[in-house]
Design a protein around this ligand. Structure first.
Ligand code: FAD
Length: 382
């Protein structure tokens, strides 16, 4: 079905990005998957072509374009299964913290490099003992004169090995009550004294993407690298998580579409009992049901994209989309593996990796259970 949220200019941009991605990204996916991380050169090329931070203000080198341009990049990357290079994490999840809350000095220092793909970004919220309960992070940033002394450990941090600048969630007031009032955000450069990159973690899926441990051992961070004000960190996170969750939903629906398309092609080819397995009513009904759900999900995501571009507050609806689309992705990839039979379990068929990659979608960017907690709260239930 024709989608009506994109203009002719958006579609032109999609064509440009697709050409770039086919030439510069697609040939590298296998290598990233084997190595467990992307490469800096491709990031720089994407930056040079204007594909990083399309949404970022023009005065710092961005295109100042609307968020639909970023969504197009996300969609094309998801279609290619290029999960190793998390452009949306860099451009749409991390960069907006700097563009929205950064001081003029911070913006001038970090945005041009980030937009050019020279300063790669990450966000360090999760700790070994604290994931969903973000207000209870234990990492501390204690002010001493003109700097903070940062101590603590983070885990599961995307871009942990390749990243240059991390938005670190830390307590500047560990005794604050309620605890979220003690949370602040710091911009921490990876070459700061006391910044330690830990293990690159061995994951079930998203094999091409680097997810790592980080540690801060009396790490010195200039006071000027505080983002916004002390104690405002939790509020900033809540404000920005709307876009993060929308990004997941956008990519999730595309991943569903890709897995479905490949499965449709497979069932037309594969034969059993003298006929293509596409001829069995079970196959037809399963795929018809899944295709219906993908269309329903796409319509919802497109409505949210339009609302987000308008600047609407859609925390509840975005939380709905995050859990629903990723839940669908998990079910859909599982059904598609089944329709591939034994070949669905073999890595030579992309559906096997689709299945593994889907598993994390319901976990990160806030688990699907936390999405339901948020929705219920917005419905006035507790
Ligand atoms: C590949 C990958 C990449 C990641 N990238 C990043 C990153 O770049 N930066 C970052 O900071 N983090 C990142 N994460 C971490 C991710 O955001 C957390 O794993 C996630 O928030 C869940 O936290 P947790 O793992 O501690 O699970 P827990 O919080 O321990 O949750 C365990 C289970 O309990 C459930 N649960 C918890 N609280 C409630 C509740 N109130 N009601 C009902 N159920 C509840 C959860 O839903 C879940 O099912 C990444 C994780 C992965 C796997």
């Amino acid at each position: 079905m024709r989608r009506d949220i994109f203009s002719a200019d958006h579609e032109l941009f999609r064509e440009q990005f697709r050409r770039f991605a086919e030439k510069e990204i697609a040939p590298r996916i296998e290598e990233w998957n084997a190595r467990g991380m992307s490469d800096r050169e491709t990031w720089r090329r994407a930056g040079a072509e204007g594909f990083l931070g399309a949404n970022a203000p023009a005065e710092y080198g961005g295109a100042g374009a609307d968020f639909l341009y970023d969504a197009i990049v996300m969609e094309e990357m998801a279609w290619l299964r290029a999960h190793g290079m998390m452009i949306s994490l860099h451009s749409d999840i991390c960069m907006p913290y700097v563009t929205t809350y950064g001081s003029e000095e911070q913006k001038r220092k970090y945005l041009p490099g980030a937009i050019k793909g020279e300063i790669l970004l990450g966000i360090a919220m999760t700790e070994p003992g604290t994931g969903s309960d973000l207000a209870n992070v234990k990492t501390k940033a204690i002010r001493q004169g003109d700097h903070y002394v940062l101590n603590g450990a983070k885990t599961f941090i995307s871009n942990g090995q390749i990243g240059d600048l991390f938005i670190v969630v830390a307590k500047t007031d560990p005794a604050a009550s309620p605890p979220h009032k003690g949370v602040s955000l710091l911009l921490v450069e990876a070459d700061s004294p006391g910044f330690v990159r830990g293990r690159k973690l061995d994951k079930l899926g998203l094999r091409g993407q680097d997810t790592s441990e980080l540690a801060f051992e009396d790490c010195i961070v200039p006071a000027s690298n505080l983002l916004g004000k002390e104690g405002q960190g939790f509020k900033m996170l809540m404000e920005k998580l709307q876009q993060e969750r929308l990004c997941i939903a956008v990519a999730s629906i595309v991943s569903c579409r890709r897995a479905l398309e490949d499965t449709i092609a497979y069932v037309k080819e594969r034969r059993a009992f003298g006929q293509p397995i596409a001829a069995f009513q079970n196959t037809q009904f399963k795929l018809a049901e899944l295709a219906t759900e993908v269309e329903v999900g796409q319509a919802f995501v497109d409505k949210l994209l339009a609302a987000h571009v308008r600047g609407d507050q859609i925390v509840k609806e975005v939380s709905m989309a995050k859990w629903w689309t990723t839940d669908l992705q998990k079910r859909l990839t599982s059904e598609c593996v089944q329709l591939h039979g034994g070949y669905g379990f073999m890595h030579e068929y992309p559906i096997a990796t689709d299945y593994a990659d889907a598993a994390v979608q319901t976990i990160y960017a806030g688990t699907n259970e936390i999405m339901k907690v948020i929705i219920a709260r917005q419905m006035g239930l507790g």
